[in-house]
Design a protein around this ligand. Sequence first.
Ligand code: 5GP
Ligand code: MN
Length: 350
Amino acid sequence: MLNNYFSSEDVAQFRVWMEWADNYVIMAHKSPDGDAVGSSLALCLFLQSKGKNVKVVFPDCPPDFLMWMSGASEIMTYDSNPDGISDMIYKADVLCCLDFNSPGRVEGMAAPLLYSRAKKIMIDHHPNPSGFCDVILSHPDSSSTSELVFHLLCALGEWGNVTRQIAECICTGMITDTGGFAYNSNSSQFFYIISQLIDKNVDKDALFRKVFNNYSEYRLRLTGFVLTEKMRIYEGCRTALITLSQSEQERYHCQSGDTEGFANMPLQISGVLFSVFMREFGNGKIRVSLRSTQGVPCDRFSGDYFHGGGHRSASGGEFIGTLDECVRELERGLEEWRKSDEDCIIQLFR
Ligand code: 5GP
Ligand code: MN
């Protein structure tokens, strides 16, 4: 029933490390999402059940709506204690890099990650991994890194020892990275795995409520505001844009997870194939989130214009400058795309 995602050598290597290694640091990318948090906590809880000393470290805090997960209260963030976290990374026996595949995605932790003499394993589903780990479990076909953690636990022969709490973390990552089973989940194997998680007494319906119906009143009012006032449709290129300035975020008491899903919303409009969301931060930085459908390569757009990357249909990046300049960069990119002769791009301009 399960694809054999990993080579037996890779799994055997991790098993050998588990025989001698006591100190593990698990890290994931900046602005950790449900998959980054779910996969990290699942692996953490599993290794702790084997008596290991495990720390979960992220560049910055996950949004509040993910903090109900088992083990979430022990998460540490680099931005609040850079020296202490660097020290942990240098002293670890094994570093587990989850849901990212290039060191830049962990920002300030990149240097200790690269220079640490720990053994390193990557578990990730983004395309084109860079080779900074000893063991690379990279599968772009997988819905999520959390799904890959499921495969790893099975390959280690440990599924019988997996608890409901671990299964919940895996299920949360599989829910969030597929937009609630809406995309990247078109296989019987995906739902076989979900069925295995439910057999561990995961309440899938309750997880949906915790993930999608757990926002503040402000967030819902902010959603209304951006859709009414801030969404712009570029008719000639099937593209939508939402921008959000810092002062607008302040007006709606915007917290870190409150814009989750904004980039996806315009894709609900029939005919819109490409959606961009720009959020202004302090220090002149704009975070850009890109989403697409029907194979529009938004990871390429992100790489070419916003120093970013990600998946073909969901990517991110950033821009240094004002929101207006960032919008002009998007428009410049679209004008260049207009000259393309690739089917996946010209469909935007038909
Ligand atoms: P989001 O828009 O939710 O921040 O990110 C969407 C996807 O793009 C995620 O899979 C994330 O890992 C990836 N991503 C976001 N920002 C960046 C970035 O700056 N660089 C790269 N390479 N990927 C990113
Ligand atoms: Mn992911």
